[in-house]
Design a protein around this ligand. Sequence first.
Ligand SMILES: [Zn+2]
Length: 130
Amino acid sequence: MMPRREILHISPHPDDEAVGAPATLLALRDKGFEVTNIVTSLGAPADRDRRRAEVLEAGRIGDFRVKILDDVIAGAPADYEAAVTAAILTASSRAPVILVSPSPHDKHPRHEAVGRATAAAAKKLGAEAA
Ligand SMILES: [Zn+2]
């Protein structure tokens, strides 16, 4: 039996899966892709419980798996980009994978960091970052 094709969406913020390319993710889900939303931040500490609940509910509604990177969120800001790359590589152990993230030229600093982290992961996976 062929494994389900997997898409990893990397979210700099917990609502980015609903902002970046939600219709594409839903359409691919309907075509049999398994979508995982990798959440790399939950905002200000006072908002994190609420935002965690929201992103989990969004995943339930969209039939996306949700992986919240608590280690990255709690880690040092200087380690963020490398930690996101490492998390993508860990999560993508099942090939083939389509990676979806913001552009490294997004203009939002955290979006750009996730874009660079995703490109680095794609390069290590042997894929062409686009
Ligand atoms: Zn965002």
